[in-house]
Design a protein around this ligand. Structure first.
Ligand code: ASP
Length: 500
């Protein structure tokens, strides 16, 4: 059931906007919580205070406008392995109160805004299903047409140099904006303490993942021990390496042997691209359900405490997307800014609603080849590489987050420390997998590098979902930009085609 006469990319944008409205209207009630406890279940509303008690001793008190914090805190508190009794005392505005003994679960009360989410989940899974085989097949075909390793190395070198440049600009912009707006200095001590306690469990579980950046290991791991393991685990760089090797060496064996293999992968790649095309017909509905569920579930009350921080990140993202990228587009290509962005509507909507550059990759590939005039051999190389190592939005966010946390803790980061942030954030963005939420985990490495307490990530976890959606957009736009810049520099950029 397609809406008549509305172009698909506009349908997707309409789906996105309607999703925001639907999610906002049918949002999860922020003043209601459901409790499971010793003697049953209950939905509680219109209360004023909730006190967590351990063996009758008060641990922490939350107000009725702190639903997100309550739920996050409860996840850690209620699952504490000790034998203590976990009770909850709820106070009402009329002065009455009720004690709930042996509470096991505290949750939001589900709303209709989140019920349709499975449609969106199927859409994300379909895109993820395509991403890996598409990279493999199209890169083998692409590398086979690049004719020799020297050519591959040249394009690879240019791509990496371009990505380094955009990442350094993004991180510097993030640092500059944070130095000007100083978002961390405005957070009240009480808010800080509450956030640290509420999100401590989630922060701890992320810190326990013990990530680190080791550039030598990173380089070594690009070479897969077993390409099938890399494929099964969605490790893009080893897959890129393996596909290039196969593609290049196919050209070195007799054509009667190589051609059937190349034709085989070309067939797979064409079929996958066609599949993406068809899947996009459900995109307006899928995007609607994803956005609606996110908006309906998002605890907007927490946004109040982190408004200045979130605004700082978003200003930075707007700067790189709408000032830096158009400037680079003008400098390196002759494509009109308006035309470029009009080809990116689908990419933006999918990236924003899925929060995943990897899930968006099949769409980016289709747009770069079909609309931006980038030949397959360049798109199939630059895009998977970009999806893995190029994360300007994430890098900018990490820089702002590191500055914010440092400011809240009262650390005045010196110029040298800020330069350390630039270096580690570039490396962290490279090492960040293109999946939702991973940027936050890599932030731990950056905090460590400048001596800011890593538990500080608890301060910003509450708005991470929202900012993840926003930062994934420049992450993917920069991939399309790199594609056209590299194609142009190779004299291989075809005409732009505005359709669908
Ligand atoms: N969600 C981001 C991406 O896939 C990564 C991150 O910043 O967490 O591009």
């Amino acid at each position: 059931m397609r809406l008549p006469r509305v172009k698909l990319h506009n349908q997707i944008i309409i789906g996105l906007l309607l999703g925001v409205f639907f999610g906002a209207i049918f949002s999860v009630n922020p003043y209601k919580i459901s409790l499971k406890y010793k003697s049953g279940e209950e939905v509680v509303s219109y209360w004023s205070e909730i006190i967590f008690l351990k063996d009758s001793l008060p641990q922490i008190t939350f107000n009725s406008n702190e639903q997100t914090q309550i739920i996050k805190y409860s996840k850690g508190f209620l699952t504490l392995p000790d034998k203590s009794q976990k009770n909850i005392l709820i106070k009402y505005p009329d002065g009455t109160s009720k004690l709930y003994e042996d509470v096991t679960v505290i949750d939001k009360v589900k709303s209709i805004g989140v019920l349709l989410r499975p449609i969106g989940d199927i859409f994300i899974r379909l895109l993820n299903m395509i991403a890996i085989p598409l990279v493999l097949a199209s890169l083998i075909v692409g590398a086979a047409s690049l004719s020799d390793l020297k050519h591959v190395a040249k394009i690879g070198g240019k791509t990496i140099a371009f990505y380094f440049m955009t990442a350094i600009i993004a991180i510097s912009a993030g640092l500059l904006i944070s130095n000007i707006l100083q978002p961390g200095y405005f957070m009240a001590v009480e808010t800080k303490e509450k956030l640290l306690v509420a999100f401590q469990e989630e922060a701890r579980s992320k810190i326990e993942q013990n990530v680190s950046i080791n550039i030598i290991d990173f380089l070594v791991n690009i070479v897969p021990k077993n390409p099938f393991y890399a494929i099964a685990n969605g490790e893009f760089l080893p897959i890129v390496f393996f596909s290039i090797m196969i593609g290049v060496f196919l050209t070195q064996i007799p054509q009667n042997k190589s051609q059937p293999v190349i034709n085989f992968f070309e067939g797979i790649s064409d079929a996958l691209i066609l599949m993406v095309n068809k899947i996009m017909y459900i995109a307006p509905y899928a995007v609607f359900t994803l956005i609606s569920a996110t908006v309906a579930e998002f605890g907007f009350n927490i946004l109040q405490s982190l408004l200045l921080y979130s605004t700082t990140v978003i200003i930075g993202l707007i700067f790189i997307t709408f000032i830096e990228y158009p400037a680079l587009l003008k400098i390196f290509t002759n494509i009109s800014i308006k035309d470029f962005f009009s080809t990116q509507k689908k990419v933006i909507a999918v990236a924003f609603s899925t929060s995943s550059s990897a899930a968006t990759l099949p769409v980016t590939m289709e747009i770069c080849e079909k609309n931006l005039g980038v030949p397959n051999k360049i798109a199939s190389f630059v895009l998977p590489l970009g999806t893995t190592i190029n994360m300007d939005g994430t890098a900018l966010y990490q820089a702002v987050a590191a500055m914010f946390i440092a400011q809240v803790y009262g650390f005045d980061l010196s110029v040298t420390q800020q330069i350390t942030i630039v270096i580690t954030a570039v490396l962290a963005a490279i090492g960040t997998a293109p999946v939702p939420g991973i940027g936050l985990i890599m932030l731990i490495v950056i905090l460590r590098s400048v001596g800011v307490p890593e538990e500080g990530i608890a301060l910003i976890i509450g708005v991470d979902r929202l900012l993840d959606m926003c930062r994934t957009v420049p992450n993917v736009i920069a991939d399309s930009l790199a594609c056209v810049v590299i194609a142009k520099s190779e004299g291989e950029l075809g005409p732009i085609i505005l359709d669908n």
